[in-house]
Design a protein around this ligand. Sequence first.
Ligand code: RB5
Length: 153
Amino acid sequence: MMRVGMAADHGGFTLKGQVAELLRGSGYEVVDFGAHELNPEDDYPDFIIPLARAVAAAEVDRGVALCGSGVGASIAANKIPGVRAGLIHEVFSAHQGVEDDDMNVFCLGGRVVGPALAWELIKTFLTAHFSGAPRHQRRLAKVQALENHEVGL
Ligand code: RB5
């Protein structure tokens, strides 16, 4: 069973609950990194960073990170080494981001898309697989070298 970590601030809180229910109903294990209540004053890094750390540590298989636009979530998640997060609102990138770029955190704006499209996109993300093609591995190795400070910024 795939373990999916989820996190959201107030901008993605309602969508997180809707998607988590659909995921559990489809046989996924959901690990909820909060927010656990709707607080309009909460801050997305407080939830997104623990989720991103869990993905990087392989405590969950993949992550779904939500905020109002998805922008803050993607910025925060990508600060954690080992995370490859994408902000995605259309179906092509939802699978291509995994197939080519081995995306492991899917970011989405709860104020941008409704629950039906969000569910289609997240299902697409979770069922996609990294191709492992040499050219994609080569490109990811260059990103990883930067992350590992093996090359200069
Ligand atoms: C919070 O109001 C909002 O700024 C946040 O959810 C997110 O959209 C940031 O990128």
